[in-house]
Design a protein around this ligand. Sequence first.
Ligand code: C2E
Ligand code: MG
Ligand code: MG
Length: 711
Amino acid sequence: MRYFGNHPMGVQNLLEALPGGIALIDDHGIIGDLNQRLADMTGYPLEELVGRDIQILVPPLQRDQHFMTRHGCAGDLSTPQILHDPNLAILCRDGSQLPVDFAFSRLSVDTQSWIVVEIRDNTTQRAAEEARIMAEGHVIEIEAAAAAALAQSEQRFRLAFEGNMAPMVFSDQDGLFLTVNDAFCRMSGRTQEELLGRDSKHFTYPEDIGVTEDVYRRIKSGEMDQDRYGKRFLHKNGRIVVAEVSICSARDESGAALYFISSVRDITEERALAAQLSYQALHDPLTGLANRALFDDRLDQARARVAREGKLGAVLLLDLDDFKGVNDAYGHLVGDQLLVTLANRFEQVTRSTDTLCRFGGDEFLYLAEGLASPAEAELIAERLLETLTEPFSFDQVRLEQRASVGIVVWDGESADNVELVQNADAAMYEAKRQGHGHVVTFTPDIGHEVVSRFALIKELRHALTCGELSMHYQPIIDLTTTRVVGFEALMRWQHPQRGWVPPDVFIPLAEQSDLILELGSFALGEAMAAASSWGASDAQADAPYVTVNLSARQFHDPGLVPMIEAELGRSGLEPDRLILEVTEGVALVDIVETMNVMEQLNRLKVGVALDDFGTGYSSLSYLAALNPRIIKIDQSFVRPKHDRERSDMLLEAIVTLGNKLNMTVLAEGIETSAQLERLHSLDCDLGQGFLWSPAVPAEETANMLGRLLDD
Ligand code: C2E
Ligand code: MG
Ligand code: MG
């Protein structure tokens, strides 16, 4: 029953007029009366609350410390108190809680003292407040995090900038340096003071100022945000620093560039190395011409273009006719000079779209494109040969050289690179066969007829097993007695289709593989067997010896000495009737190893002759080291093609030298009696040459034994 239900002072009206929910409670906390608003707020029928403990409206968890307990009933409420606590709530009938504020005051009515509890729903306010607090908290959090992150990233950036190994620069909109790191200072050879506030163009290679300004301009205009470009800086000492610069800009909100950050990579050495390597990889070190790798690449491209655009392409292979002669007579230095001068002359007549290449040794390749007819290729060949008409002169040496040229012309449906070069090679051999200074264009017939060195090596392998190889013997004559004292064994190849193939062609081919070892043991076996059949022609004379040519590869083969021992045993030949011919190239491979083999041969009593003497690099030192039984003076001194006077002086010097060293001196390639006379007068011991006889089959040697071979 409501306490003020019918109160004469109209208290009930007063309760209803108040804005919040109102409850009047006594000092024990019992609700005496309440207004409808509080009943509505809590969901209770008004009547139900009257007479109940106010605790019914307190959420269970708050009951202990709730205002009712703490302040409620016993407190001094002479002045109204307002409780404003974000946690305050009342418990509604449905179990939900309603956020509220409280205001307490005392009211005395009819000597009865009441506590007036005014309860205000502040759900919306509280939500707004919470939102504000949350938002505030969040903002603060964000700002704090951002500030910390910024500080951290600034710190990191500073470290990354200052301590960076890569040179770095901050510059302003006008390109003036704001900050530079130590690495940049080092790269430019300048201090911070010398750099700051200055424009990069002061340290830029003059030709690259334009590039630098262009990049700045384009970034500033917003055309791009960042760029990477190559430029050259100038070190304080004048050195050029080749660099790769990565540049980006920092912009304000409107997008205007505030400043630029550049990171620089010094690529000077990298560039130099790369350039050097790629140059070395693609050029011949002596002449500076394209090498085979570069030529191959150009040929690929040319073939693709000819296939696409029509017209004709051509490969010309040019080979000097007497390069070996020059090398032999004047040494390799003059030979090299000749090649360099030749390359220059050829280059002068090489069209800019064509490629000239040193193919190796004294061979040059010329690649031409866009030809209208094969005749044009022949014109190119003539142009190249014309450059040889003027003699070459180096110091006191005057040389004439001719060359042979093989041409292969191709169209869109060409063969591959290897086949084109092989065909040019075949044509060149045909040109050589026709005589010096010829030009031959490849035809399929030539392909069948002419020896292509590429095919030859395969056939040589076959030749050894099927009896196409044999040894011929050229007599060695005592120039005083004109008796045959020995024979040089020379290999011969009778090819079923090609006829005689000269050893100058197939021996170098065999030397490129182990095939030379097989040829070598064949030569030794045959020669020793032949020599063991040669008896002494009369009581005074010794039986003739045999000399066998060995290539450097054979000489250094560990199987050589055991093989010779075995062959000596098999043939029964006295070891001192075997003489091995080697060139100085043998010692060049490995002098210690050479001495070792020489010692073993000495022990066996097998002799050594130094072949082609006078054509090697450092004849005297190797002559002393090898200490051969015989030195064979090269034919180029006996039959000089160039500079006869000088050759004759050398001839005399070599004979005298050999005699002084107690070596037997043999002159090769004697063709005329005049040559013989001269050598005889110089005190040369032995001779060999067409004057007496070329190399003959083993069967014919018997006729020469015991005969005096005079002209
Ligand atoms: P080489 O050892 O200097 O042989 C001398 C060359 O001169 C031989 O050529 C011989 O036929 C030639 N000849 C001799 N007298 C005269 C002459 O009066 N006038 C001219 N114009 N030439 C003369 P060949 O037989 O063609 O041999 C060439 C080279 O091939 C040899 O030069 C030698 O280095 C090599 N060779 C030949 N047979 C063998 C072999 O069985 N093994 C090795 N490793 N090399 C060999
Ligand atoms: Mg020889
Ligand atoms: Mg020789």
